[in-house]
Design a protein around this ligand. Structure first.
Ligand code: GDP
Ligand code: IMO
Ligand code: MG
Length: 429
């Protein structure tokens, strides 16, 4: 029986996936990013030292683990080099243990310029993207015009294709968005030194993973973003441009569903969202201040303040179904410490008809009102607690209620940002 696990977000991102990936890869051989790009920001804290990864999978901090950036990820070569150098500065070396798919589409300067120009043009209707060129890069992939990692291996072809695509984008940037034209030669000049560094990392990662599975190696698949930022299942159009739900693992790596043994959904004990779009349980004022200050809810990628809200089990239950989640991990339980009372949204109501409403699709979010159950909070600290039985009974009741509603076991509870602040209720390997 294989022991491959998927760790993905069940909300709108920033659930604490990176920390959980870092913890669980301690006992694995491979860690794989399968979608998204450097829009992700995964924070790891080891003995008080913080490292934020955007593109390189979080398990890379363990020296014996092999990191894979698979075909579903859109790769910015400059962001990649920046991150490799950051790791080097922190005495983490990736030589011969980081591989990137031949087929990963590239994010280049014109994608970023397009992303930013479009957001500017949308004005108050902007999506609130991270400005990393993610949408335009995935558009190129689907339109079958993307430059991919494999193209970095042939300078002549790269130069020719780059000239054409920059011409295509310059028409839009200059004529429609009134921006400056881009020079393909500058992009090429910046790429050349990077190619030397990454050349040998560019591989058939599907093949590497099949071999690993054949050799019974343990693999952790690391999701980026969250289920409701998914291009198909999220709060469209306020979503990212990839499949952050379970399907992304399959298409984004070439590993089939039979080779996934456990799907862990990571859920904050409350909820956050960065960027625009529906958020039924959003709170303001004092509760927002509490979550924001105690949970340090500022984006790991853009530094933006995250919107905050109560835990929403209507959407969580939907995430459970969409992803076939077999196990839940609750993070940031400690952020609830000190609250007088805690709310859980257990259903939605349509505020016009006063009838109960299911998880809406499309733009039917406007009239959704959350219905809450209210529970007493706790005064004792949960920060750093490592055993379930050491949690205050109100906190255990809260966890039990989430299990009861979702009908999924909570096998991990995270009680602080550090790698060691964790309650592992079940051993996954
Ligand atoms: P990711 O994108 O899902 O990996 O999450 P981020 O790293 O963007 O955001 C999660 C934030 O919460 C980071 O600052 C983490 O260091 C922090 N964090 C993770 N787990 C816990 C926890 O259990 N308690 C607290 N207080 N912070 C946590
Ligand atoms: P991690 O992996 C939170 C959000 C952006 C915006 C929308 C589209 O750290 O959980 P994009 O740049 O992807 O086109 O932006 O998606 N977003 C995230 N929000 N965490 C993330 O990643 C995110 N990646 C993208 O804020 O609302
Ligand atoms: Mg994040």
């Amino acid at each position: 029986m294989n022991k491959n696990i998927v760790i993905l977000g069940t909300q709108w991102g920033d659930e604490g996936k990176g920390k959980i990936v870092d913890c669980l890869t301690a006992d694995s051989s491979y860690v794989v990013r399968y979608q998204g790009g450097h829009n992700a920001g995964h924070t790891l804290v080891v003995n008080g030292k913080k490292i934020i990864l955007h593109l390189i999978p979080s398990g890379i901090l363990h020296n014996s683990v092999i990191g894979i950036i698979a075909n579903g990820v859109v790769v910015s070569p400059s962001a990649l080099i920046k991150e490799i150098n950051m790791l080097k500065k922190n005495n983490i070396f990736i030589s011969k243990r980081l591989f990137i798919s031949n087929s990963s589409p590239l994010i280049l300067q014109y994608h970023i310029e397009m992303d930013i120009a479009r957001e500017k043009k949308l004005g108050i209707n902007a999506l609130g993207t991270t400005g990393r060129g993610i949408g335009p890069a995935y558009e190129d992939k689907i339109a079958r015009r993307a430059l991919r990692m494999e193209d970095l291996k042939n300078e002549k072809v790269l130069s020719m294709r780059l000239e054409k695509i920059v011409d295509y984008y310059n028409h839009q940037l200059v004529s429609f968005y009134k921006q400056k034209a881009i020079d393909y030669k500058t992009i090429l000049k910046d790429l050349l030194p990077i190619i030397d560094i990454v050349h040998d990392m560019i591989q058939d990662t599907t093949c590497i993973l099949h071999q690993a599975i054949k050799n019974n190696k343990k693999i952790v698949f690391e999701g980026a973003q969250g289920s409701f930022l998914d291009i198909d299942h999220g709060t469209y159009p306020y979503v990212t441009s990839s499949n952050s739900t379970i399907g992304g693992v399959i298409t984004g790596t070439g590993v089939g569903p039979k080779d996934l043994s456990c799907i862990i959904g990571v859920t904050k004990a409350y909820c956050t969202r960065v960027g625009n779009g529906p958020f039924p349980t959003e709170v303001f004022d004092d509760i927002d201040k509490h979550f924001s200050n105690k949970g340090h809810e500022f984006g790991s990628t853009t530094g933006r303040k995250r919107r905050t809200g109560w835990l929403d089990t209507v959407s969580l239950s939907r995430a459970v179904k969409i992803n076939s989640i077999s196990s839940l991990c609750i993070t940031k339980l400690d952020v609830l410490d000190g609250l007088h009372e805690i709310k859980i949204c257990t259903s939605y109501k349509n505020s016009n008809t006063l009838e109960s409403a299911s998880f809406p699709e499309g733009d039917n979010w406007e009239n959704i009102t959350p219905i809450y159950e209210t529970y007493p909070g706790w005064t004792k600290k949960t920060l750093g607690v490592k055993k379930l039985e050491h949690l205050p009974h109100e906190a255990r009741n809260y966890i039990n209620r989430i299990e009861e509603i979702t009908q999924i076991p909570i096998n991990i509870v995270s009680t602080g940002p550090d790698r060691s602040d964790i309650i592992l209720i079940q051993d996954f390997f």
